[in-house]
Design a protein around this ligand. Structure first.
Ligand code: PLP
Length: 356
């Protein structure tokens, strides 16, 4: 017997989700964002299910090389560009499109010896104040890059800080429009939220990430409920112990939960060392044998406790869905004060993955 926890990935859901993004932005090409090991799903496991995409966007050279060595010939975009001059030889060899967000990168590109020009994405800081050229510096960066023999096709890019809000793209779009006046080039602005809710941002290439994995960019599952997007990852385990308790008993570390009356409690083989959030309080939803119930007390390293009151037939060996199609990862995240993005990236290496 092995420990019963497993993360199952639904390949059909990935294929469906990428096509939903295509339909949402029918005039645009799609970069599928697979950074952070495909948001924790495992790039090697999932990329073929996303191969209807026009390109893959990521940050690590290792991930880009993995795709090329597995035969991916279409574009790959490095969202943060290169981190040092040494990397340009690899960009050249594997034909990677790179974002350019700083002057030092322009200098390095000017001095590099490449076998052929590289396509670049000029990154504009539209107000998030993370990476990118300030609007007033965009024209000079553009001209410097355009003059370099090492630079091929150039695209303008920006990233939104709050595309999940109704008015969230107005001011950034205004800044980008001013910065790029008179520049005739393809544009790529939209993350998942902008692809879903702001068609005026779509332009030539959209860059959805979180929605490909079937979670909401807002953190609230309801916001994508009617979209057809399907959760890709199901994290499940089993009940490995049962306790029948009287009223007033404490449960788990520091007795953070006390039984209000008699209660049947189940012990699940899943804890924070698997990536389940320790901050998830009593009341976080979970499904046992198809019945929705809740966690009780503090999550331990390897186990957590659940209320079996609504599922009297459940016992040792009963199937537990921590998140998936029944309990959405967004619900667990909300309960724990985080977002689905963080939970999917945080599933740990000891959890076995299956693709179906
Ligand atoms: C992560 C990222 C995306 C995708 O964001 P989602 O919210 O997951 O859709 C798009 N563009 C850039 C530059 C990113 O870093």
């Amino acid at each position: 017997m092995t420990r019963p926890i497993v993360a199952t990935l639904n390949g059909d859901a990935l294929r469906q989700n990428v096509n939903i993004m295509r339909q949402a932005a029918p005039q645009s090409r799609v970069w599928s964002v697979v950074k952070a090991n495909a948001y924790g799903h495992g790039l090697e496991r999932v990329w073929q299910n996303l191969s209807d995409t026009d390109g893959f966007a990521l940050l690590n050279l290792e991930e880009a090389i993995l795709l090329r060595e597995n035969g991916w010939k279409k574009p790959i975009l490095l969202l943060e560009g290169f981190f040092s001059a040494d990397e340009l030889a690899i960009l050249d060899r594997y034909r990677l499109t790179t974002s350019v967000h700083s002057n030092w990168q322009i200098k390095v590109l000017a001095e590099a010896k490449l076998s052929a020009p590289l396509d670049i994405y000029l990154k504009i800081n539209s107000g998030m104040n993370r990476l990118g050229f300030q609007p007033e510096h965009v024209h000079s960066a553009w001209q410097k890059l355009r003059a370099l023999p090492n630079v091929g096709e150039m695209t303008l890019m920006t990233h939104f800080a709050e595309a999940d809000r109704e008015e969230g793209v107005q001011e950034p779009l205004r800044r980008v429009a001013l910065a790029s006046e008179g520049i005739d080039a393809p544009r790529s602005f939209a993350n998942s939220a902008a692809t879903m809710w702001h068609p005026q941002t779509h332009h030539d290439w959209v860059r959805p990430g979180i929605v490909l994995y079937g979670a909401s960019p807002t953190g609230n599952w309801q916001d994508i409920a009617g979209s057809g997007l399907k959760p890709v990852m199901t994290l499940e385990s089993e009940i490995i112990g049962v306790q029948t308790l009287k009223a007033g008993e404490g449960v788990g570390y520091n007795y953070r939960y006390r039984t209000p009356g008699e209660l049947r409690l189940g012990v699940v083989a899943c804890g924070y060392a698997d990536g389940y959030p320790r901050h998830a309080p009593t009341g976080t939803p979970v499904i046992i044998d198809g019945v929705r119930t809740q966690t009780l007390g503090t999550v331990s390293m390897d186990m957590l406790m659940v209320d079996l009151t609504p599922c009297p037939n459940a016992g040792i060996g009963s199937r537990v869905e921590l998140w998936g199609e029944g309990v959405k990862i967004d619900e667990v995240a909300q309960s724990a004060g985080t977002v689905g993005y963080e939970l999917m990236c945080a599933v740990t290496a000891r959890v076995p993955f299956k693709v179906r």
